[in-house]
Write a protein that binds this ligand. Structure first.
Ligand code: AQP
Length: 327
């Protein structure tokens, strides 16, 4: 049994990209492994968050984990800030990280691009992400393609710590799906679908009304051609819609191609909307039930307690190896 860890930021409404690239795999992995799934609120505050919204979104992400099918008896589902050991190990790993390594992070470049002022937290957050993973000695980290670089840094930091202070941390492996690891924006096939995109038409939120989802898909950018063909280099938008269809229907990309042979984009989009809704509508129903049941607070506090025990064990050893005086 391997240890699996991942997290999602409560920095906006979760998108279909978060579901396909990450959550769907969390659900699949929980049956065979020991899993920790977090709502990474300490990551979300690396860009400004309005307190009331952060509270609501944190609860929404936790409820969506359960609605997507994560079983809190098998897996720990908790809020990152409820386990303060993450922040301490994050600081320790920051001191082992070089500026040049952080400067190379493409997510930092993307998120800071064109901004007059950029918080230091956004710059150093990959070290906190490394702490999230290493504190449970995770073997496997299911993430979308965009997180691959951060995971490479985590591996480097684990190796650096082990080299300086003796073998201790497990070197984690990324677990990236072959299809759907990078769901693109509905209005631009060169940008990933992102919950903090100011244009809501660019993403499908998991909690969007079905009528809104149909409208967003019908307005999604395509191209001047007419064939539903998978060709990401020349037909990025249509290929992206095909990946979404494939992930929601369970058909392979070539099966999707065959199914829509000779059909126009309009017909394809109509079926796509129904395929997306066949996944999202039951999820929304479970989400509403969970929010109404009030069970979330209990789940989150029990999981945080379990996580704290494991995290404290790791941190005690780290403090000792680094020469901190015992308390
Ligand atoms: N478009 C995507 N396609 C596939 N996977 C994706 N993920 C995010 N967007 C896509 C994966 O979802 C997990 C959680 O991501 P996150 O919320 O921690 O941060 P992110 O990667 O920065 O996601 P967003 O939606 O773009 O958030 P904002 O806009 O706040 O930065 C990760 O495993 C990620 O790979």
């Amino acid at each position: 049994m391997k240890t699996v860890l991942s997290g999602i930021q409560p920095s906006g409404q979760l998108t279909l990209g978060n579901y396909i690239g990450a959550m769907k795999n969390f659900v699949a992995l929980q049956h065979e492994h020991q899993c920790y799934f977090m709502v990474v609120d300490l990551h979300a505050i690396t860009v400004q968050q309005e307190p009331a919204k952060l509270r609501e979104q944190s609860e929404a992400v936790a409820a969506l984990y359960l609605a997507a099918g994560i079983d809190p008896v098998k897996s720990s589902v908790f809020i990152q800030s409820h386990v303060p050991q993450h922040a301490e190990l994050g600081w320790i790993l920051t001191t082992l990280t070089n500026m040049g390594e952080l400067e190379r992070m493409t997510q930092f470049k993307d998120k800071s691009e064109g901004k007059e002022s950029v918080g230091a937290g956004l710059f150093v957050y990959p070290a906190l992400m490394a702490a999230d993973i290493l504190i449970y000695n995770a073997d496997l980290v299911p993430v979308g393609e965009d997180q691959k670089q951060h995971l490479e840094l985590t591996r480097d930091l684990a190796g650096r710590f082990n080299h300086r202070f003796g073998e201790f941390f497990t070197i984690p492996e990324p677990y990236i799906p072959e299809v759907g690891a990078r769901i693109m924006s509905l209005d631009d096939g060169s940008k990933k679908m992102s919950k903090s995109n100011p244009n809501p038409g660019s993403y499908i939120a998991l909690l969007d009304e079905p009528s809104v989802i149909r409208k967003k898909i019908s307005r999604a950018t395509t191209d001047s051609g007419s064939d539903v063909r998978y060709d990401p280099a020349n037909k990025p938008e249509v290929s992206n819609l095909m990946s979404i269809y494939s992930q929601c229907s369970g058909l392979s990309l070539s099966e999707v191609e065959r199914r829509f042979e000779g059909q126009m984009y309009g017909a394809f989009k109509k079926e796509l909307a129904e395929a997306v809704l066949s996944v999202i509508e039951p999820l929304q129903q479970r989400y509403r039930d969970i929010r109404e049941s009030g069970e979330l607070t209990r789940v989150l506090s029990q999981s945080a307690e379990r996580a704290q025990e494991a995290a404290e064990r790791t941190l005690t050893e780290v403090r000792h190896r680094m020469g901190f005086l015992p308390r």
